[in-house]
Design a protein around this ligand. Sequence first.
Ligand SMILES: [Zn+2]
Length: 432
Amino acid sequence: MPYQMGKRLSGERASKLGHLDVVNSELVNELIQKFEDQEPAKIESPANWEAIPDGEIPLRLIFAVDGSKQTIRSDFPPYKELSFIKTALLRLDQHAIEKLDPLAPHPMALRDIMSDSGMYHATVLPLKGVNIKGLSNYDAVRKIIFDSMQDRSLNAEPYKTLKWLAYEKWSGQSKSSPSFGCPHCEMEVCGLPFDQDEGACEHCGGHLYLTDMIGFHLEMSDDAAPDSVATAYMLIHETLLLFTGIRFFWEAEKYSVLGNALFIKDGPLFLKGQYSKLVIPLRNFFEFAKHKNIAVHVVGQEKTGAFFDHLEIIARNAPVNTFFAPSNEYIRKEIQHRPERSEPYGSRTNYGNKIFVKYDEYHHLVLSVPTGKYTDTHTSEVFISLSKILASLPPILSHRYECALVPIELANGVASLSSYPSAAILKVFAEI
Ligand SMILES: [Zn+2]
């Protein structure tokens, strides 16, 4: 996802409400006046900012993932819909970034950095009206997801990572996959036996793929899949690409390389509702690594949403070089404004807890950092290698975009759909 333009750079804006001149109500006019004249909000935030510890040496090796997606619809019936998805993993070195001109990096220098350090995956999902080999749209999407994850151009590495996570292979035990809803009879399947790629439902005998465990079918109907399935595929694949790097070093027992690497995900460390099956294995992995004393540095950065908007406000009064880890209570009251309920924020869907960071007047970031098992304790010690991660970001802060990180900017370039043919050309293919 591209970075938004910084607020300080936007020019004058036309009145959004000018067309409401006809409204005569005094009350409405007062409201409109207040809306248009709004001063930057001065919120008394109970945020408890702490100084970023100094003295840490930044991690040298950086991996970043990003993805993009474009859905094409035919203009005439029978309506067809295809979604093109691309994800990319980029490997960078702090030395290489230091050599770039921070304000105007030369395109050739960027090309050199990216030429042998990026890998990407591209696929296409039929969302509506596309018949493949007599399969229903539902079964075609399930099969394509299973096949795409085993993308041969990547030597099926992201799929191997899916198996590594689903069967918690780091544990050395022969665990089954997490349980999941059968795509045929909707009964709960207790999980595929260790290391299986495919299987049969214990209730209806229907054919199962390991990728069904992720949950894409839960939001699909027989003849159509919503666009959100394509978004979910992109997010899951980004996660698998990122953890492919971690798995690679882990399995090769290159713990010192792993300990000097930072893995950055565009977006929060989060898998929503029906896609949250992998959250527990992910948490278990971080917990396992923590107990083994093996450093794994993962951070997510989100650039939109309620947390980002909240930080825009509270960062104004925050000192530079500080961070703040909001508690469950703070998130509920100050950000989500939701009533108290039993389930703590993110306990089922997040594999990292939120951290607000302000480096300087131009860069404040909403980060997620893993804690291992879920905790609603929000002191800095619960975050895995927090001080190391916070020390590694200043050298890679963007000078071109506010609140941006250079590796994500570059990964976005690799994952960008602009490197596909134009949308119009895609449409030609979609209509064949
Ligand atoms: Zn079944």
